[in-house]
Design a protein around this ligand. Structure first.
Ligand SMILES: [Zn+2]
Length: 448
């Protein structure tokens, strides 16, 4: 599909300083690269964010007939690291009929959208060090949640992360994201690899609605911001705790979720490096077919998940394993999932006294891409078996929370992307190669 037509609606103005936006678009690509570098430096001195993409989104929910429409503008700015002839963005709403247009320096560009990817050709191409700037305008009716029987497969388009029941509007993956590798969605498995960037999002809502999530200025080092909107209270009670400022919207276990989200933020911060963002938000979804889904500074939880405090702790753990240290959740799902499961188990053990669960009776290779599994084997190998790599090494190495290797892993890969070798190497440095080899064979490789 080629979407080059002007969309017949008016998007709200971007809240970010319009003079800066105009300056970025008017600059030559070379000069734009310099302007973007200066902007990043004004927000953060993290070396790994020196070339990070910038997303400034201004969106709104509009009631239109019987549906809730998500419209908006996103400024997407980046710096080319090599000759670049196009840029590909991840935009989940296209899978639900969303339309998006692209413009740069006052010129309309054709945006080729397929499935959840949007590719915009750059003519002339950018050279290394040059800056790109797109103004994306989008419109989509937020779809109804998936039916429970739809979860025959599991991928980002059928989890109800971008969905509304008319009361709660979940805006997961709803803004365009600069994608790390722009692969089409697999039949089974998680989303793409998102580089850490600078994000600012504003969300306007109709009268009687509340906007929820990261709408508090530019955030450094986030992979995407989480947003939602609620009609009235949407049947959810708001619980707050902190610092860091935790806000939970839940019908049932809100107090428990807030207590353990805060507890897990502090527990992880003490062991693996401070939580880098000003707030953390959790919104419970009645229709979520999985227990939870993480975004930077934000998570959705399934209503009725149990123990809710432990599931909240798992999504908090992802703030380090996914958020601070990025990885490839599709090719190496064990890398962030088994680690988030292990550190959340440890937090939960300290908070509740409950011992980590025993491994499953049936063992399977745990290092495979998500697409190699069916749902029961995936859940068993990645979430129940693979975390025992860490439990067994914690015992063998006399470091209960693996504080030393995991601090090093988080620190060395802060706001970057790490392959699985990086976490294994950190474990080897702390525990010795022989012990790690042995644990790897037992819990991850698993010879048949
Ligand atoms: Zn997880």
């Amino acid at each position: 599909v080629i979407l080059a037509v002007a969309l017949a609606w008016s998007a709200p103005d971007v809240a970010f300083d319009p003079a800066v936006i105009a300056e970025i678009h008017a600059a030559s690509p070379r000069e734009r690269g310099r302007l973007l570098a200066r902007l990043r430096a004004s927000w953060s001195d993290e070396p790994s964010l020196a070339g990070a993409p910038i997303v400034l989104a201004d969106a709104a929910i509009v009631e239109e007939g019987g549906s809730l429409r998500f419209i908006g503008t996103a400024e997407v700015w980046w710096t080319a690291t090599a000759t670049q002839r196009s840029i590909t963005l991840r935009w989940l709403p296209h899978a639900f009929g969303g339309e998006i247009t692209a413009r740069s320096a006052g010129v309309d560009l054709p945006a080729r959208a397929t499935e959840t990817l949007v590719e915009v050709p750059l003519e002339p191409p950018l050279s290394a060090g040059e800056g790109g700037a797109l103004t994306l305008r989008f419109v989509v009716d937020v779809p109804a949640p998936p039916l429970p029987e739809d979860l025959g497969v599991f991928n980002a388009s059928n989890l109800g992360l971008f969905a509304t029941d008319g009361q709660i509007v979940a805006l997961g993956h709803a803004l365009p994201i600069v994608d790390g590798d722009a692969r089409v969605l697999p039949q089974f498995g998680e989303h793409g690899r998102f580089p850490a960037g600078f994000w600012s999002a504003r969300l306007e809502v109709p009268p009687g609605f509340v906007a929820v999530g990261a709408t508090d200025g530019v955030r450094a080092g986030v992979r995407e911001v989480g947003l939602a909107a609620l009609r009235g209270d949407a049947g959810l009670t708001r619980h707050v705790a902190g610092p860091p400022a935790v806000t939970v919207y839940a019908a049932e276990a809100g107090e428990e979720i807030a207590t353990h989200a805060l507890g897990a933020l502090r527990w992880h911060g003490e062991r693996y490096g401070a939580y880098p963002w000003p707030s953390f938000t959790i919104v419970e979804l009645p229709w979520l077919p999985i227990e939870g889904m993480e975004m930077s500074g934000f998570a959705f939880l399934r209503r009725g998940t149990s123990p809710a405090g432990m599931v909240a702790a798992h999504e908090v753990a992802h703030q380090w394993w996914y958020g601070i240290v990025g990885s490839d959740p599709r090719n190496h799902p064990w890398q962030d999932e088994a680690l988030a499961t292990y550190t959340a188990w440890r937090y939960w053990q300290d908070a509740s006294g409950a011992a980590p669960p025993p491994p499953p009776d049936e063992r399977a290779a745990a290092y495979l891409p998500g697409a190699a599994y069916d749902l029961p084997t995936y859940a068993s190998a990645v979430y129940r078996q693979a975390p025992h790599l860490y439990l067994s090494l914690a015992e063998a190495c006399g470091d209960r929370d693996l504080g030393r290797p995991l601090w090093d892993y988080a620190d060395a890969n802060r706001f970057g992307m790490a392959g699985p070798r990086a976490v294994v190497a950190a474990l080897e440095r702390a525990c010795g190669r022989r012990k790690v080899d042995q644990a790897w064979r037992q819990w991850i490789q698993v010879h048949p």
